[in-house]
Ligand binder design. Structure first.
Ligand SMILES: Nc1ncnc2c1ncn2[C@@H]1O[C@H](COP(=O)(O)OP(=O)(O)OP(=O)(O)O)[C@@H](O)[C@H]1O
Ligand SMILES: [Mg+2]
Length: 290
């Protein structure tokens, strides 16, 4: 088994069911990657700093309750993967900020799409929004419902260089799990202006597929032991990826950062699939590892 990262996988928990799903996913993942797991809880005092109706001693209860949350998560991880090296860390600060800072000492960050807060109908919590795409390491957002048993990893491929790190992550993960990789390349004919249709859809599709296949060839050669399928889907990329995610163990997308400044910004496809996908989503940024 190859070992691409030496740093631990870091998972954030607030003690909620959604976070425990993330802890379990992270334990599986760290075990497969043969790296330790670090469970982190951020003690967020801000909501208690200027309370209108102060609750006696509530401020002092945050630290012991944080350790309890960590203890619960640590037990869940150890039960899931006996023998896995698990450490815990209690950090003062806002959860999004704390987890972003953790990226400097992590191979990956894992968190839940939902936590203890939120509101009915919310698709992605504030922490996911503040972390995904904002750190150089991959961020995996795990949904609260257990995913369907699946043996494929879906990766979004837009034929751009930004897909490289996502492909590398998907192939590596598929190799470790013994899964196949389904490469979803969504395409749409350009919208015609006026009554004349200037683009022949079949021709556009053929050209897109030919280009995609040539771009993918080096990856398929490099990971000859991993089965792959290319799906050319005539649809919006979000619709195509969300549909494919219903049969996937994991959906992998790039962050679509372009250049140093825009690198901190998540592309619209990645942002949308983080909210709508049916399975865990990995957002991968950084240099491609072939
Ligand atoms: N205090 C925290 N410490 C560590 N990780 C946290 C903390 N709070 C949230 N997380 C991580 O973020 C995930 C999503 O929680 P998040 O707070 O974003 O959603 P929420 O609580 O449902 O809504 P809200 O954005 O209103 O707080 C959790 O499952 C957990 O992995
Ligand atoms: Mg929260």
């Amino acid at each position: 088994m190859s070992e691409p990262f030496g740093e631990p996988v870091v998972v954030g928990t607030d003690g909620s069911t959604g976070a425990i799903r993330a802890v379990e996913w992270a334990a599986d993942h760290a075990y497969l990657r043969r790296v330790p797991l670090r469970v982190v809880h951020a003690v967020d005092r801000l909501p208690y700093d200027a309370p209108r109706y102060p609750i006696p001693d509530s401020y002092d209860r945050l630290t012991p309750s944080g350790w309890q949350i960590l203890g619960h998560a640590e037990r869940a991880a150890r039960e899931r993967r006996p023998g896995l090296e698990v450490t815990t860390e209690l950090v003062e600060g806002r959860p999004g900020r704390v987890l972003r800072d953790q990226a400097a000492r992590a191979a990956e960050l894992v968190l839940g799409s939902h936590g203890a807060g939120g509101f009915p109908g919310m698709l992605l919590g504030s922490v996911g929004n503040q972390v995904a795409g904002h750190v150089p390491v991959p961020v995996v957002v795990v949904r609260p419902a257990p995913p369907e048993a699946a043996d494929e990893i879906v990766v979004g491929f837009d034929c751009s260089e930004a897909s490289g790190p996502a492909l590398a992550y998907a192939f590596e993960e598929a190799r470790l799990r013994g899964h196949r990789v389904r490469i979803v390349c969504a395409w749409e004919p350009p919208v015609p202006y006026g009554p004349v249709i200037a683009f022949e859809p079949d021709e556009t599709r053929r050209a897109a597929e030919e280009y995609a296949r040539s771009e993918l060839r080096p990856w398929q050669c490099g990971y000859a032991d991993v089965k792959t399928e290319l799906d050319m889907v005539r649809d919006h990329p979000v619709a195509a990826l969300v549909e494919a995610s219903s049969r996937a163990a994991l959906l992998v997308v790039g962050s679509h950062g372009r250049g140093a400044f825009a690198a901190a910004v998540l592309g619209s496809v990645s942002r949308a699939v983080l909210s709508h996908a049916h399975c865990p989503v990995a957002v991968v940024r950084g240099a491609a590892r072939r």
